[in-house]
Structures are given as structure tokens and as C-alpha cells.
Design a protein around this ligand. Structure first.
Ligand code: ZN
Length: 303
């Protein structure tokens, strides 16, 4: 199976393991608020990223000294599922963020946890690792994070603006809130911020390549259009010349038009510039164009 762009970006982000406990707590906060399920009934984190799966137990150990109750089988391919079902562990984790499992209030981003700059980055890293994805830039520009908690979506929206200087776009998808970006530069900025500069460069390279291809295509189309216009015009002129010849009108033409007629007749593929240079004395391109147009008009009058 080909490794997705998303998986590569996540692997890159996972190389940065939080050194400080504050950052481990913040990263776990992002993971929990953007994971499959985080409630008093249990914690369930589902991922396809091997690197993230490797880091998860270490992260939870560092943040809460807590281990998972259900770990994925090591040989499993595809989705990896981590669970905590033990009530005491859940209470302990919730308490670390100031939540009470008995409290029915909706979960939100406890701003004290993401106060430091280092922790803000860790939080978003966690959010992306557990609830995010980025599309291969060859297919399109899209990065998103998804949470089931609407307060969390609102707060993360503001947090992203504070950190990156621009707001993400928002959407609702079957009970989940989606924050996403569509602009290549913004996606690259976010990836760089998350600690994936190589993936960010991948986005910018894909964009450059697309721009280059577009430019080449535009130029080709333009050349084709010009070429066919020139050919069409020359054919119209040659047809006009045939009519003028058939009607025996050549003799009565002014000297200048006779010259133009002969030049075109003998050089069916010459450009206007080339024909203009053949005139005696040489004339400008617009003047040459004017003479040929005159020939076409005369042929139409003669019909
Ligand atoms: Zn920190």
C-alpha cells in the first residue's frame, strides 16, 4: 500500500517528541479533544499512523503516568485502536485539564493548558495527529482537523488565528466540526508550524509545478491560436488573389497592390513582417496588412 501524504506528514511531526511535561499534557489535550471519543464513558483513539501509534503510550505515560487498557495488535494493518476504559484513569486524565467526569458540561479548551507558546504548538500537533488529515497536493490543497465538540472547534478556530494570523474555514460534517484550509501557502505555514517542514515544502513544490505547467499550457494555446489565425488569413488572401487573377483585374491594380499580390502569391506561408520586407520600398507590418485587406475587399466586390 502506498503511504499517503497525510501519513508522511504525521510521521514527520512525530519526530518531535515533547520534552517538557507541559507540552506532553498540551499534546495529549489536542489528541483527546480531536480523537474518536473522549468522555466519562471512555477514551478511544483511532489512527492509521504507525509513528503516532508508537508515540501514544509514551505520551500518556509522560503526561499522566497512565497506560492504555486496550492496545492495537502489533501486526494489525490499517486502523489502530487505543482505549482507556478504567474509570479512575479517566477521572485522573480529566482532572489534569480541570474537568469533572460527573460534570455534564461540554468539553472545551482549557486555556491554561495552552498558555505557553510551546504548549500551543503541542496542542495543535496533537489535534492534527489524532483528528487531522492533509490531501496530497498533486490532487488538491486541503488540510483539516475534526472534533465532535463544538466549543473546542470555536476555541481552536481562534487559537489558529492567534498563531498563524489567518482563520481556518469551518464546516459541519455528520455531527462533527471541521476546521480546514484550502490555500497552499496557508497549508504550508500550518505544516511548518506543526513541525513538518518537508511536507510543507512538498506543498509549495507541487504548487510551483502546477504554475509552471499552466504557464506552458497558456503559451502553447496562445501560439496555436496565433498560428491558426495567420494561416486562415493567408488562405483568405490566396483565395482573393485567385479571384482577382480569374477576373483579369491584376493589370488595373495600383502598383502597390500588384506588388503585394505577387509577394503573397509567391510566398503563401510568409508572415506579414516577411512580406512587408519584400515590398519596394519595404513597408511596415500594418501597411502590409492594409494592402492585403484591400485585395480581399476587391475580390469580394468582383464576385
Ligand atoms: Zn509547553
Amino acid at each position: 500500500m502506498a503511504i499517503s501524504f497525510s501519513a508522511t506528514a504525521k510521521a514527520e511531526i512525530c519526530r518531535v517528541f515533547p520534552q517538557k511535561r507541559c507540552c506532553a499534557l498540551a499534546q495529549c489535550f489536542g489528541i483527546l479533544l480531536f480523537c474518536n471519543s473522549f468522555s466519562a464513558d471512555g477514551i478511544r483513539i483511532i489512527t492509521e499512523s504507525r509513528e503516532f501509534a508508537q508515540n501514544l503510550p509514551k505520551l500518556f505515560k509522560k503526561a499522566f503516568s497512565v497506560s492504555f487498557d486496550v492496545l492495537p495488535e502489533t501486526e494489525t494493518s490499517g486502523k489502530l485502536i487505543f482505549q482507556i476504559t478504567d474509570r479512575e484513569k479517566i477521572t485522573q486524565i480529566m482532572a489534569a485539564y480541570g474537568f469533572n467526569p460527573a460534570d455534564t458540561l461540554a468539553l472545551n479548551v482549557n486555556l491554561a493548558v495552552v498558555e505557553e507558546e510551546c504548549c500551543k504548538a503541542s496542542f495543535l500537533r496533537g489535534a492534527f495527529l489524532s483528528g487531522g488529515s492533509v490531501t496530497d497536493p498533486v490532487k488538491g490543497y486541503h488540510i483539516e482537523i475534526t472534533t465532535t465538540h463544538s466549543a473546542v472547534a470555536r476555541q481552536t478556530y481562534a487559537l489558529m488565528e492567534e498563531i498563524l494570523g489567518f482563520y481556518p474555514k469551518t464546516a459541519v460534517r455528520v455531527g462533527a466540526q471541521v476546521l480546514y484550509l484550502k490555500q497552499s501557502e496557508q497549508i504550508a505555514d500550518l505544516l511548518t508550524y506543526l513541525g513538518a517542514p518537508v511536507a510543507a515544502m512538498g506543498i509549495m513544490e507541487a504548487r510551483l509545478e502546477k504554475e509552471l505547467n499552466n504557464k506552458v499550457n497558456r503559451r502553447c494555446n496562445c501560439d496555436d491560436a496565433n498560428t491558426s489565425k495567420v494561416v486562415e488569413a493567408a488562405q483568405e488572401q490566396l483565395a482573393a488573389i485567385r479571384i482577382i487573377r480569374e477576373r483579369g483585374l491584376t493589370e488595373n491594380l495600383p502598383q502597390k497592390l500588384q506588388q503585394a499580390l505577387i509577394a503573397r502569391e509567391n510566398n503563401p506561408e510568409a508572415s506579414l513582417t516577411e512580406l512587408a520586407a519584400m515590398m519596394e520600398p519595404p513597408i511596415t507590418k500594418p501597411a502590409m496588412n492594409h494592402r492585403l485587406k484591400k485585395l480581399v475587399e476587391l475580390s469580394k466586390e468582383a464576385v
